[in-house]
Design a protein around this ligand. Structure first.
Ligand code: AHR
Length: 671
């Protein structure tokens, strides 16, 4: 099945595309001479199409350690010993179970009696001072000098008398970089809280536990978080990563995926109800990307759901983004098992959708609304959108979607439903899906495309021919891929980002049809990724935005509210002479925003005639460019490709400028 996923989804499209456009990779060519001047006209009065506030958003999936080991700031891996191998992530360098005389000890996983979630805890038998228990973190634990870390642990003494547990950050040479203690008391479960301060900045530390006294002690939910989280929330999210998201000014947050919504099997689908409430009771799941790619195994990839649906809603609220949850429609990933829930057994799935709306929006007198209030958010989250299924295709999807549609619209007619057209931007699945969804009069159709950069440059006019009276489009997952998936972080090169910038002029120019868009995937841990390219890369201490990130950021922060026409010889600018353009007004900020993408290796002389009414002369130009299409950002040079802003003076309502080679420029003037 793994192979099937790769072959169907990735290799075939790439191989086919490669046969036809191999030469184009990394070889954008100049097709217009450098001194030819291109005249463009912007008609400031030609408005009518609204650009939806949701136009540029975020797609979040727990792939590449984006949640556990990433955004969710927990530093202890397998904190509750629930992984299939209960001791995964835990090291016992001197352990010895059998010898009675040695000075060490041993950890044994024990099952709670009659507990369905958080089923396991650890019984640590300490025979002497040599015993050490170490958690390796998510490919290490990053700590910052003088930063504080909160440790919580549930413990109870079982036998003997263990009087003290010492907890230390250690580096690879066993040097201690900060320590604390807890003094366990009593034979009942008790929660202990303490704090460590790191004495150095180190990317990969571990957390060591040593014990005073001998005997057996039971431990569970051993958890460590930085104090300095996003908004200072206890057990919260990584601040640097959320900041990068916030800076995108996203219109929506789609969660929790992606394929993890569907699961490899139905039993392993994402079930939102299991991700809310008390964190200790959230049932762990093997992450679906754990085994997806044979050459990229991630046996330690699980979903703890510490970042669950409540937290996703909260994050949406923090970001000022519309929450867009996607739910299983009763079909497991069709690249894996494609398991189907029989139609007559679909009710619980539909009920999950109805209950989710109540959880998000219901008054606190409803049972799900009350749970939201009990979790600390009595105000509704005001969810407006709901996605049914991720990347499903075929009849099985259409008939299931229809059932959801009827039930949800009957109870919540105001909720906008997002349906899907499958994993590819064309072909049989896509055609069939669109045809059937149109018959059902659906509101929004999700489209996905992972294609070579050339495809993006060639498809800036993709939506020009879409039916203006048909469903709206959610370009829900897209990214330009120079190579196959998961070849490495370096694939976020300038050619991919520039090609996406060019393509996005077409998304914006068709804002009457395209209402939501998001790049995918969003994040990747540099030591634990399964899929590349990705918009944001991080390690256990730092993170940076790729060139693709800055393209998204520029669109997200300069989207405008009303589309206006920008033309050359009366035609839209969709790649003729390697030039792409779109223009908008922002009626709130009172700005005119013109986006221009030059994909040639030559500068381009442009004159833009702004007609309609007089603009103030003082404006601004923001340029994102790089001379080398293979250029990338990195941890060492995170801003190599990042926007540069300068003043721009308009002369008699005309903008004359020379676009840099390989550049994405935004001109802004005050209305
Ligand atoms: O973005 C990575 C994956 O691509 C998503 O999980 C899935 O929807 C698509 O196949």
């Amino acid at each position: 099945m793994k192979l099937q996923f790769l072959v169907n989804k990735l290799f075939i499209p790439f191989l086919v595309a490669s046969l036809f456009s191999f030469k184009a990779i990394g070889q954008l060519k100049a097709t217009s001479s450098s001194n030819e001047t291109i005249n463009l006209v912007v008609d400031l009065n030609a408005t009518g199409v609204k650009i939806q506030p949701t136009m540029y958003g975020i797609f979040f999936e727990d792939i590449n350690f984006a949640a556990d080991g990433g955004l969710y700031a927990e530093m202890v891996k397998n904190r509750s010993f629930e992984f299939l191998d209960s001791k995964m992530g835990w090291l016992e360098p001197n352990s010895n179970k059998l010898s009675l005389n040695n000075q060490s000890g041993y950890l044994s996983p024990i099952k709670y009696a009659g507990q369905n979630t958080n089923q396991t805890y650890a019984r640590v038998e300490v025979k002497g001072p040599k015993y050490e228990l170490i958690n390796e973190g998510f490919r290490g634990m990053g700590v910052k000098k003088d930063a504080k870390y909160n440790l919580t642990i549930n413990a109870k003494k079982f036998s003997g008398d263990i009087t003290k547990i010492k907890i230390q950050f250690i580096d690879s040479l066993n040097n201690v970089l900060g320590e604390t203690i807890i003094l366990p008391k009593g034979k009942n479960w008790k929660s202990y809280e303490t704090q460590l301060t790191a004495s150095k900045t180190i990317l990969k530390t571990k957390l060591k536990f040593t014990f005073e006294g001998t005997g057996e002690i039971d431990l569970d939910m051993i958890s460590l978080f930085p104090v300095d989280t996003w908004k200072g929330r206890k057990k919260g999210l990584r601040k640097d990563l959320v900041q990068l998201l916030d800076d995108l000014n996203p219109g929506f947050l789609r969660f929790p995926g992606g394929c993890i919504v569907e699961g490899r099997t139905l039993a392993r689908r994402y079930q939102w109800k299991k991700t809310i409430g008390n964190i200790e009771d959230r049932e762990l799941l093997v992450n679906r990307w754990n085994t997806e790619f044979a050459h990229k195994p991630a046996p330690d990839y699980y979903q703890s759901f510490g970042l669950g649906f409540f937290e996703y809603f909260l994050l949406s609220e923090d970001l000022g983004a519309e929450p867009l949850p996607i739910l299983s429609c009763g079909i497991a990933c069709q690249f894996n098992t494609g398991e189907l829930v029989p139609m007559e057994e679909l009710d619980p799935y539909v009920q999950d959708a109805l209950d989710l709306i109540e959880f998000a929006n219901g008054s606190i007198s409803t049972s799900w609304g009350k749970l939201r209030a009990d979790m600390g958010h009595p105000e509704p989250f005001n969810v407006k959108y709901l996605g049914i299924g991720n990347e499903q295709w075929g009849e099985a999807y259409i008939e299931r979607y229809e059932v959801f549609h009827k039930a949800i619209k009957a109870k919540y007619p105001e909720i906008v439903l997002v349906s899907g057209s499958g994993p590819f931007p064309d072909g049989d699945y896509f055609e069939y899906g669109w045809e059937e969804l149109k018959k059902l009069n659906v509101e929004i159709v999700d489209e996905h495309y992972y294609r070579q950069p050339q495809w993006f440059r060639d498809n800036a006019n993709r939506y020009d021919s879409y039916d203006r009276n048909g469903p709206k489009v959610f370009a829900g997952e897209y990214a330009a891929h120079p190579k196959d998936v998961e070849d490495g972080s370096k694939e976020n090169n300038w050619e991919t980002a520039l090609s996406e910038a060019a393509f996005m002029t077409g998304l914006e120019r068709n804002a009457d049809v395209v209402n939501l868009t998001s790049y995918a995937p969003l994040m990747a841990h540099v030591d634990a990724f399964q899929w590349a390219p990705d918009m944001i890369w991080f390690n256990n201490l730092e993170s940076y935005g790729t060139a693709n990130y800055y393209v998204q950021k520029l669109y997200g922060n300069n989207s405008g509210t009303d589309l206006i026409a920008i033309t050359r010889d009366g035609k839209a600018v969709t790649g003729q002479n390697d030039l792409y353009a779109t223009a908008a007004k922002d009626m709130i900020k009172k700005e005119v925003i013109i986006k221009l993408v030059n994909t040639s290796n030559q500068p381009k002389s442009i004159i833009i005639d702004l007609t309609g009414y007089k603009l103030k002369s003082k404006g601004e130009i923001i340029v994102l460019s790089h001379p080398n299409l293979m250029g990338i950002n990195s941890f060492e040079d995170p801003f190599t490709i990042s926007p540069k802003e300068t003043e721009y003076i308009l002369k008699r309502n005309k903008a004359e400028l020379s676009l840099q080679p390989y550049s994405f420029s935004i001109l802004k003037f005050n209305l």
